[in-house]
Design a protein around this ligand. Structure first.
Ligand code: DQA
Length: 143
């Protein structure tokens, strides 16, 4: 099983940015945690991060062409703005995509409640911090 983990803008700043919201675990520690967990479960994970919307679209398409079994995506602020990401996820259906957010986007600013990608995602995990990526992996394994 091969899973692509995509993180969007400013997620590389976790551990530095708004620690009261995102905690003080660094981005590299989150990636190590995901990779360790995947190794335990005997699955292959590739983790990518970009601050650029088009990169995220390219990687979603790549997951389809390279025959990944699923995607875990935290699109950061593009969650609330990007129809391009929604279209990309719809385009690769039925490849399962799970939306992850470190914080509980329903309990923050009103504009964060809207996720354009949600309707095309197989599931979502929000507000569990870094552990959310592992919960998402479990959901894909069980799928
Ligand atoms: C986030 C929530 C978004 O609203 C925000 O723009 C982020 C991170 C999260 O993981 O909680 O950059 O996706």
């Amino acid at each position: 099983m091969k899973i692509l983990v995509i993180n969007g803008p400013n997620l590389n700043m976790v551990g530095i940015r708004e620690k009261n919201i995102y905690g003080d675990i660094s981005y590299s520690s989150i990636i190590n945690m995901i990779e360790e967990y995947a190794k335990e479960k005997d699955i292959e994970v590739i983790c990518r991060q970009s601050n650029h919307e088009g990169d995220l679209v390219d990687w979603i398409q790549e997951a389809y062409f390279e025959k990944y079994d699923g995607i875990i995506i935290n699109p950061g602020a593009y969650t609330h703005t990007s129809i391009a990401l929604l279209d990309a996820i719809k385009a690769i259906s039925p490849l399962p995509v799970i939306e992850v957010h470190l914080s509980d986007i329903n309990e923050r600013d009103v504009f964060r409640k809207l996720s354009y990608i949600s309707e095309a995602c197989f599931d979502r995990v929000i507000g569990l911090g870094a552990k959310g990526y592992l919960v998402a992996l479990d959901k894909l394994i069980k799928d």
